[in-house]
Design a protein around this ligand. Structure first.
Ligand code: ATP
Length: 323
């Protein structure tokens, strides 16, 4: 179980004063300006939950995760992992945690995957038999044998993510922190990783906290989502309720062979945006109510369509809408 109570983190920022003396004085007296990266966050995650932790760049996600793992000390407030404080009892806590960073691997770049696992097993003092049993279980789940003897630098991104996931689970932690595990993957690899993450949660019973900028990750995997913005928790609830709250329209940009004039009519099922009267028209529609093909079919009554381009609402707009 993860308990977070009134968590706060502020960073002291170097003074911008031009005078070196004043900058030194600000540093020595602790009067440098402070930046609040995480502001009074509280939540509880119970065993077996799969929770999304989302927010725009700079919102405070990594800072929170770093406090949960004991890398950073909170300025105030408290984190408890199974009743233990990560920064006071770091050794005990890290045994219960597995962490995957999509942007950087915790494996040794030039070594075969197998050697990285050996090093990690030694670091966690996992005995040989236990390691073999765990690797066999993880191989069943993640098909590791395909690349066990390949140096990490030669793995595809999807394979590297599978190897990193195995590395994070080798010491059998109950809790996984996944920081953008699908970043950079193509559609097929993303789908595979999502399937694996779902099994890790359902079959292995791991509690998962997932940070991502990919709304599909959230929609497919998480029963609960927390949104953080400017360091504060803006939403904590089910994905279903979040989806309903979002309700932002999808944008369709359509190019017609000739200029069109489309009357803005609620009966269309879409609303007309920029470009009416010209050849490039923007329309907005709700994907939950109507499919893009149906919108196109209706638009074709007004002229021949030669090209189209669909855009989902911007992630940050979605988050703003959540407030
Ligand atoms: N060591 C640090 N010193 C000063 N400021 C920091 C430090 N680490 C983070 N910050 C600031 O705290 C705020 C929150 O940063 P954080 O990395 O937690 O955001 P994030 O939500 O993880 O963003 P991203 O999605 O871009 O990874 C940002 O304004 C960042 O500049």
């Amino acid at each position: 179980m993860i308990e977070v109570n009134h968590l706060h983190k502020s960073f002291r920022m170097p003074s911008k004063d031009k005078s070196r003396w004043k900058r030194l004085k600000a540093w020595a007296t602790g009067r440098e300006p402070a930046k609040d990266a995480v502001r009074d966050i509280s939540f509880t995650i119970t065993k077996g939950e799969f929770v999304g932790y989302i927010g725009p760049n700079g919102a405070g996600k990594s800072t929170t995760i770093k406090m949960l793992t004991g890398i950073l000390h909170p300025t105030s407030g408290e984190v408890l992992i199974d009743g233990l404080s990560p920064h006071k009892e770091r050794r005990k806590v890290v045994r219960r945690l597995g962490v995957v960073f999509g942007q950087r691997s915790q494996l040794w770049w030039d070594l075969p995957v197998r050697d990285s696992f050996d090093i990690l097993a030694a670091m966690y003092r996992t005995d040989e038999q236990h390691k073999k049993r765990m690797l066999a279980e993880l191989d069943d789940l993640l098909t590791l044998h395909e690349f066990m003897d390949t140096p990490v630098r030669k793995l595809s991104l999807g394979q590297r993510m599978r190897a990193d996931l195995a590395a994070a689970m080798l010491h059998e932690p109950d809790i996984l922190f996944l920081d953008e595990p699908t970043i950079g993957l193509d559609v097929v690899a993303k789908r595979n990783i999502r399937k694996l993450l779902a099994s890790v949660n359902r079959e292995f019973g791991k509690t998962v906290l997932l940070t991502t900028h990919d709304m599909d990750d959230i929609e497919e995997l998480c029963s609960r989502v927390m949104v953080i913005n400017h360091g504060a928790l803006a939403y904590d609830g089910t994905t279903q309720e979040l989806r309903e709250r979002i309700g932002l329209p999808t944008i369709l940009r359509v190019t017609f062979r000739e200029s069109v004039a489309v009357p803005d009519n609620a009966q269309h099922g879409f609303s007309v945006g920029d470009g009416n009267g010209g050849t490039e028209l923007t329309v907005h529609f709700n994907r939950h109510e109507m499919q893009a093909m149906e919108v196109l079919r209706r638009l074709e009554q007004f002229g021949a369509v030669v090209d189209m381009h669909m855009e989902e609402p911007d992630f940050e707009d979605v988050i703003h809408k959540v407030y």
